[in-house]
Design a protein around this ligand. Structure first.
Ligand SMILES: CC(C)(COP(=O)(O)OP(=O)(O)OC[C@H]1O[C@@H](n2cnc3c(N)ncnc32)[C@H](O)[C@@H]1OP(=O)(O)O)[C@@H](O)C(=O)NCCC(=O)NCCS
Length: 170
């Protein structure tokens, strides 16, 4: 099941965010940096509380739920890119699953809900940034109909790392 995140999901979102970075970015980001994220649980919980407290009709955090357990999330809203129009382009800011749930269809279910939420918010196109070296996620996005549009950056998710942009019509 997919539902909008509630404020009390914040600790679980922070936990998934950190655990998924530690597994998915092993070999992409330095091991020491990834290990250090375990100490950021409280700070990241506070950040999720802030995001969830900020009401905006065009932003959403969706969670995938298995029984009582939140197994993954997607965060979306208007594009933050200077060359794209935030009125029409929705951005998938982040999408992470609990590492024990990879490759079981949860991501595909979330993606369908992301597209629905973006259309409901009035977006006609979607964009996202993904680390260039994250070949697993790139395969997932390509399978979901996204295509690299040629834009590149050296900065992604607050760190210095090469990333490429993907786009999709909604
Ligand atoms: C990327 C992610 C959201 C995908 O969700 P998922 O539930 O694992 O993916 P699904 O099971 O729905 O996979 C759908 C299809 O995508 C492709 N795919 C998914 N994971 C893949 C992988 N590791 N390698 C290659 N293709 C993959 C496959 O075509 C797959 O279909 P198949 O399993 O029938 O072959 C999830 O694996 C994840 O959280 N990864 C770590 C975090 C991350 O990289 N997030 C993106 C940051 S930009």
């Amino acid at each position: 099941m997919i539902r909008p995140a509630a404020l009390d999901d914040a600790p679980r979102l922070a936990e998934i965010h950190i655990a998924s970075w530690q597994v998915a970015y092993a070999g992409i980001l330095p091991a020491e940096f990834l290990e250090g994220l375990s100490g950021e649980l409280n700070a990241r919980t506070a950040q999720w509380q802030d995001w969830l407290n900020t009401e905006s009709p065009r932003r959403a955090v969706l969670v995938a739920v298995d029984g009582e357990d939140v197994v993954g999330f997607a965060h979306l809203g208007p594009s933050g890119d200077k060359d794209l129009k935030p009125e029409v382009v929705g951005e998938l800011y982040s999408m992470y699953l609990d590492p024990t749930r990879y490759r079981q269809g949860w991501g595909s279910g979330l993606m369908t809900a992301v597209f629905d939420a973006m259309r409901t918010a009035g977006f006609t196109e979607a964009s996202l940034w993904v680390m260039t070296a994250n070949s697993a996620a790139r395969s997932f996005y390509e399978r979901a109909g996204w295509e690299a549009d040629g834009a590149e950056t050296d900065h992604c998710v607050g760190i210095e790392i090469p990333a490429v942009r993907y786009r999709r019509a909604l």
